[in-house]
Write a protein that binds this ligand. Structure first.
Ligand SMILES: NC(=O)c1ccc[n+]([C@@H]2O[C@H](COP(=O)([O-])OP(=O)(O)OC[C@H]3O[C@@H](n4cnc5c(N)ncnc54)[C@H](OP(=O)(O)O)[C@@H]3O)[C@@H](O)[C@H]2O)c1
Length: 324
């Protein structure tokens, strides 16, 4: 029987409920995907807890990335057939065994990309793509600070930055996580639970500081992230795992004529040309061995609550995947 994990209202993990359903035939321009692997992301936690606005009135199926097999196609669909291996990233709806989805969101999987890898990189890897290519164009020789370096996005970013030829400095919340990040492309990793990361960046760069800071931690790393930037540097704020930054003033950027952006992946993947190009480049990087997508935790789909608890409590590294 098909089932999905519903959240009935914002709250703790106890709001997650397993609900059986009978899949409907896909509508026009939709395919029905039988999911084989579903990615868990911190955005799922923000939405479940109410930190981000609740998107619908009542029941919500969480989950923003998945991979699987096309089981049926609706009218008007071209380019996808029953049996195709596919993946997507889209806000909500993925914590489910089956899903009907508009083909504009779906990409084909190359033969050498397995379902778990795809579910671990459609959101996190494409996020790295836009962070390093669009929010700020990282070039060889740039110095970069990337917070939460041992996390899902962080482990992919370190490898990608290294492939570009940038010098990546990471932060992470334990010595074990620092060691893991160091083996994933980072030149230096600072334990920001025990050490002052601004001083660490200053020491490593011999006072030169960095061209760009990628900050998904928020409250806990502001204003230190700003203080790690060179003059004219860029702060890319793309998350708030420790809570929102609440005491920011535009004049805070005047200390170094700094740039600030607050991007979100879904504005990039909405552009079909961007999605196809970025996904193809990412799959090539994975296929050629430049990027390894570390699936360090797997849970049964019905254990989505445990997966959330692990992610929220900082117990995970790399990507977390639910298996239906
Ligand atoms: N805007 C976008 O387009 C976009 C897209 C994807 C992801 N993101 C953001 O990128 C970040 C990483 O996402 P992810 O799914 O890969 O998660 P993740 O990095 O695997 O997990 C979040 C990490 O944040 C760190 N952290 C610091 N303070 C924390 C706190 N108080 N509570 C919990 N964690 C804390 C923890 O690492 P340490 O223990 O090492 O500190 C934790 O492991 C999230 O903030 C997410 O929302 C944004």
């Amino acid at each position: 029987m098909a089932y999905a994990i519903h959240a009935t209202k914002p709250g703790g993990t106890d709001v997650l409920e397993t609900v059986e359903f009978k899949p409907e035939a896909p509508a026009s321009n939709e395919v029905q995907i039988e999911h084989h692997a579903i990615g868990v992301n911190f955005i799922d936690v923000y939405i479940r807890t109410g930190a981000y606005p609740w998107p619908v009135e009542q029941n919500l199926i969480l989950g923003c990335e998945a991979a699987g097999v096309v089981q049926a196609v609706g009218s008007g669909v071209s380019g996808f057939r029953e049996g195709d291996r596919v993946a997507y990233t889209l806000p909500n709806g993925a914590y489910s065994t089956h899903r009907n989805i508009n083909i504009s969101h779906v990409v084909h999987l190359p033969d050498n990309i397995d379902y778990q890898t795809a579910a671990g990189c459609m959101l996190k890897g494409l996020t790295c793509y836009y962070l390093l290519h669009n929010s700020f164009k990282v070039e060889a020789g740039h110095k970069v600070l990337f917070h939460a370096a041992a996390g899902g996005v962080g482990l992919i970013a370190g490898q990608w930055l290294s492939a570009i030829g940038a010098t990546a400095i990471g932060t992470a919340g334990s010595d074990e996580k620092c060691a893991l990040a160091l083996s994933n492309g980072y030149a230096d990793v600072i334990n920001y639970q025990t050490d002052d990361f601004v001083a660490g960046v200053k020491a490593f760069t011999e006072g030169g500081m960095v061209n760009v800071v990628y900050d998904s931690v928020g409250k806990g790393t502001w204003p230190g992230s700003r203080d790690c930037l060179k003059r004219h540097g860029t702060l890319v704020c793309f998350g708030q795992s420790s809570g929102p930054v609440e005491d920011f003033k535009i004049s805070d950027l005047a200390v170094g004529s700094l740039y600030l952006t607050r991007p979100t992946l879904f504005h990039f993947v909405a552009d079909r040309d961007w999605l196809e190009k970025a996904a193809a480049e990412m799959f090539d990087m994975i296929g050629s061995g430049k990027l390894n997508i570390a699936i360090n935790q797997t849970f049964d789909l019905k254990q989505a609550a445990q997966a959330h608890e692990a992610l929220e409590s900082r117990a995970t590294t790399g990507s977390t995947v639910l298996i239906p």
